[in-house]
Design a protein around this ligand. Structure first.
Ligand SMILES: *Cc1c(COP(=O)(O)O)cnc(C)c1O
Length: 365
């Protein structure tokens, strides 16, 4: 029989993920504010630990990630047995989809939710369902209304990227209470360390109260170790057991594990990154308000700026204008937000440059 290998259904519906641009042609020292890595970079201790791993490349890493799980457990007061590490939280999100959903099953996420949920759902052969948001924020009632017989997973980024909005503890709890116990709720708290409001729960309290909730975290954002690909999840023993069965035996590199342990040990660095972000979230939003640019309120280390749809003043024109000044913003058209640009909080000088560029953009005739 003639023919060719065919992937499973839905795989070809995937539009491969396109990350934030990393460079601009002809710009040597571009200001990269397109992927939400912490402005301050990684802890010097993490870098040192990473470099020391150069002498150990011939050896397999600890497949159980014991030291890192112990360190995370001590920091967050969690049972290390209920933690699993992954090659970025992305890997864990993918594995959860593959383990808990397949053809004929639905996976829910919100309208402007993190794009990886759709990709992971399609890769598992399941059906993605995007639930409408209200004012760029997840709507608990809308999510619960969309849950049906075939729903297997609900993904919630809290706070969400790219909107920067979040559900407070009581709303998160209400979401869980309304879900059938057979539906897995994945709380993706990639930006948890940046969030300051006291009504926020990254998901830990809910995981402790439930058998169907898992929280994912990452070292790519406040820890600024994005290139090493390191993430973790905290969940009920049964779900952690599933992840440990389906993950690769050595899914996290020794360099990532060593840098992660050192990074967790340097919380003073994380405190500085958080303080820097708090300062600039407020300062930048105020500066945008001064020039009449709407900033969506954000609790993360990024903000969405809203533009009119008038040619020459729209998000595309702003992106080009910023690009000509060497500033790389994130186009969020593929998140269903063509009138917006997302900007990560950068260093002091970078933020001053962005404010100046935005001021010049709005004043240009
Ligand atoms: C950046 C981000 C992640 C992290 O992905 P990694 O694979 O850990 O680098 C996860 N979720 C959201 C919402 C993000 O923005």
């Amino acid at each position: 029989m003639p023919g060719q290998p065919e992937p499973r259904p839905r795989i070809l519906e995937i539009s491969p993920y396109v990350g934030g641009r990393a460079s601009i042609d002809g710009q040597e020292n571009a200001i990269k504010l397109s992927s939400n890595e912490s402005a301050l970079g990684p802890s010097p201790r993490a870098l040192e630990a990473y470099r020391a791993q150069g002498d150990l490349l011939a050896r397999y890493p600890d497949g159980g990630a014991s030291e890192l799980r112990e360190a995370l457990g001590a920091l967050h007061r969690l049972d290390p047995e209920r933690i699993v590490c992954g090659a970025g939280s992305d890997e864990l999100l993918q594995l959860l989809c593959k383990a808990y959903a397949g053809p004929g099953d639905e996976v829910l996420f919100t309208e402007h939710g993190f794009l990886v949920y759709r990709l992971a759902t399609l890769a598992a052969g399941a059906t993605p369902v995007a639930v409408p948001e209200t004012d760029l924020c997840a709507n608990v009632d809308a999510i619960l209304n969309a849950v049906g017989e075939t729903t297997r997973i609900v993904f919630l980024a809290n706070p969400n990227n790219p909107t920067g909005s979040y559900l407070p503890r009581a709303e998160l709890r209400r979401l869980w209470e309304g879900l059938p116990s057979s539906v897995l709720l994945v709380v993706d708290a990639a930006y948890a360390e940046f969030v300051s409001p006291s009504d926020y729960d990254p998901g830990i309290e809910l995981v402790d109260a439930a058998e169907n909730v898992i929280m994912t975290r990452t070292f790519s954002k406040i820890y600024a170790l994005a290139s090493l690909r390191l993430g973790w999840a905290y969940g009920p023993p049964a779900i952690i057991g599933v992840l440990n069965r389906v993950r690769g035996p050595f899914n996290v590199s020794g360099a990532a594990l060593a840098a992660g342990v050192a990074a967790v040990g340097d919380q003073a660095h994380i405190d500085r990154a958080r303080a820097h972000n708090d300062k600039w979230l407020a300062k930048f939003s105020a500066a945008m308000a001064d020039i009449g640019v709407t900033c969506v309120p954000s609790v993360g280390n990024f903000v969405l700026l809203r533009f009119s749809n008038e040619p020459g003043r729209d998000a595309q024109a702003a992106d080009n204008f910023l690009g000509a000044r060497g500033i790389i913003a994130r186009d969020v058209t593929n998140y269903g937000l063509p009138d917006y640009l997302r900007l990560s909080i950068g260093l002091d000088q970078e933020m001053e440059t962005v404010i100046q560029a935005m001021t010049d953009f709005t004043r240009r005739s």
